[in-house]
Ligand binder design. Structure first.
Ligand SMILES: NC(=O)C1=CN([C@@H]2O[C@H](COP(=O)(O)OP(=O)(O)OC[C@H]3O[C@@H](n4cnc5c(N)ncnc54)[C@H](OP(=O)(O)O)[C@@H]3O)[C@@H](O)[C@H]2O)[C@@H](O)CC1
Ligand SMILES: Nc1ncnc2c1ncn2[C@@H]1O[C@H](COP(=O)(O)OP(=O)(O)O)[C@@H](O)[C@H]1O
Ligand SMILES: [K+]
Length: 463
């Protein structure tokens, strides 16, 4: 798990004020992190195009150009000249080392985008849009310095952005790089140390980035145990019972001792699942909402929901007035996708946001909910799901686009339900369920268009 920051300005200032590391030293290290990646990947003599802007992001690019001079075929293009004092200083050093500016954009083995970083303050003008679009068309290996130019502090392209293979972000991971709308631009993200270890550079943060090493599958450690030791998950099956069946099969695979599908009518269920028209007395957790439809009246639902059980709630229940009672309970995980989240916010009279508005500021939208209901765990689905409770936010960047298929969400509900039933606290169940879901999507040995929910269930047994 790594810290994420909305802005690193405060952290940079700690370097100047406490560690006595001036901007110049930080910038030299920032530039060297880019130089280092180029040297690791390309032989001397390779052609490097560096596009540098007028501020300190440009300064990083100019310093990198100077570091490569003499060894690589360096082309430095500066459409707006140098404006910040550090950028000007770097340009003087570049000239002093014999460097010359290029007049044009040129094809190259490597492109370094150092046009704009954290200082991007307004939508890109036409010229910058044109430059970035041209860079995106080049067949080079593309490195973004700090942030792909054009991505704003909330992760949105303004309106275009550099498409990087590698983003080398300076000092610490930034939240904006892990928003859904930034996922097609950032490529692989690595952090450059700025002359000080991350332990000293970073301060506490409420925002965390989940990593593969955070996954802890529910391995069994007790030898003297029986099925009851591992909990009993009840899933309410509704009009589209397939959704609950898939969730139930995923739950069974993720360690829960007993799984019961609760249905209105007698339906055919896979032989490994139990089936009942009532909530089993020894239920330890409940999953409801997926495929629910209009099968149950509010009174029917009351029977399932009145008990004080940990629960994971999905899909159709976000449109039901029942949700207004559910969010007041303890031990609740909600797993809406952005459209359902919009419905949930309206249903609770918290906000009226479109899917686009939610996606443009996912953290801001999630905060509207978590401020009103700080006990409830929210998992806002998407390309990079956000798991939030109170003031804590966790982002899971590990899932792949193979998950963009009907039924993936039902598997996630099953996984979280399985962990709740096994006694995980709701936040840990949501984090661990999401990690298992995302990591499984990478381990399915199929083309990324081919993943089916049953493949996920198979792989979840081998994490
Ligand atoms: N602080 C540190 O210690 C370290 C900082 N580091 C580096 O500094 C970067 C931040 O630098 P920064 O603050 O100078 O901002 P930056 O991203 O270069 O942009 C500002 C320039 O762009 C311009 N501009 C903005 N928007 C525009 C637009 N739409 N269209 C056109 N122009 C626009 C803006 O113009 P102005 O608004 O002033 O007219 C100004 O000239 C950071 O990302 C990291 O790479 C590292 O070296 C590590 C140590
Ligand atoms: N492009 C993507 N990258 C990563 N994860 C994705 C992507 N698209 C969808 N997912 C994940 O797949 C699941 C889809 O759930 P949902 O939209 O509820 O679908 P359904 O209800 O049809 O199963 C969510 O967990 C979501 O985070
Ligand atoms: K950049």
């Amino acid at each position: 798990m790594r810290n994420l920051y909305e802005s690193v300005t405060k952290l940079d200032h700690r370097c100047y004020d406490i560690y006595q590391l001036p901007e110049d030293i930080l910038m030299e290290h920032a530039a060297y992190a880019i130089t280092d990646q180029i040297k690791e990947r390309f032989e001397p003599g390779a052609k490097v195009l560096i596009v540098a802007g007028p501020g300190n992001n440009g300064g990083d690019g100019v310093a990198c150009a100077r570091q490569l001079l003499g060894e690589y075929d360096v082309h430095l293009f500066m459409p707006y000249g140098a404006k910040s004092s550090m950028c000007k200083l770097q340009l003087e050093r570049f000239y002093a080392c014999g460097g010359e500016l290029s007049e044009n954009l040129t094809d190259a083995d490597i492109v370094v985008d150092a046009l704009f970083g954290s200082g991007l303050s307004e939508p890109l003008n036409e010229e910058s849009q044109h430059i970035i679009t041209r860079l995106n068309e080049l067949q080079s290996f593309k490195i973004a310095c700090d942030i792909p130019s054009g991505i704003d502090s909330k992760g949105n392209p303004l309106p275009v952005a550099f498409v990087a293979d590698l983003t080398i972000t300076m000092g610490a991971m930034k939240l904006s790089l892990f928003m859904d709308l930034a996922k097609d631009y950032v490529g692989k993200v690595i952090v450059a140390d700025l002359g000080i270890s991350s332990k000293l550079y970073e301060s506490e943060s409420d925002y965390k980035l989940l990593e593969e090493s955070d996954l802890k599958p529910p391995y069994r450690t007790r030898f003297n145990s029986n099925k009851g030791t591992y909990g009993h998950l009840a899933l309410i099956a509704g009009e589209k019972e397939g959704a609950a069946i898939m969730a139930a099969l995923a739950a069974l695979r993720y360690g829960v001792g007993l799984v019961t599908l609760v249905t209105c009518e007698k339906i055919q269920v896979p032989y490994e699942l139990m089936h009942s028209s009532h909530l089993p007395p020894k239920t330890t957790a409940l999953a409801a909402g997926m495929g629910l439809g209009m099968e149950y009246s509010d009174e029917d639902l009351e029977e399932f929901l009145h008990k004080d059980l940990p629960m994971v709630i999905d899909a159709d229940l976000f449109y039901s007035s029942k949700i207004q009672e559910i969010v007041k309970r303890e031990k609740v995980v909600l797993t809406p996708h952005p459209k359902e989240f919009g419905a949930l916010l309206r249903n609770l009279n918290l906000a009226d946001l479109s899917v686009e508005e939610i996606q443009r500021d996912r953290i801001g939208a999630a905060k509207i909910f978590t401020k009103a209901y700080p006990e409830v765990v929210l998992l806002l689905k998407g390309a990079n799901p956000i798991i939030a409770q109170g003031e804590q936010f966790f982002i899971n960047p590990l899932g792949t686009n193979a998950l963009a298929k009907g039924g993936s969400g039902d598997i996630l509900t099953g996984l979280i339900g399985a962990l709740l039933a096994q006694g995980y606290d709701p936040l840990e169940a949501a984090i661990q369920g999401s990690l298992a879901h995302a990591i499984a999507s990478r381990k399915v040995d199929k083309a990324n268009y081919a993943l089916a929910p049953s493949d996920l269930i198979e792989v979840i047994g081998k994490l």
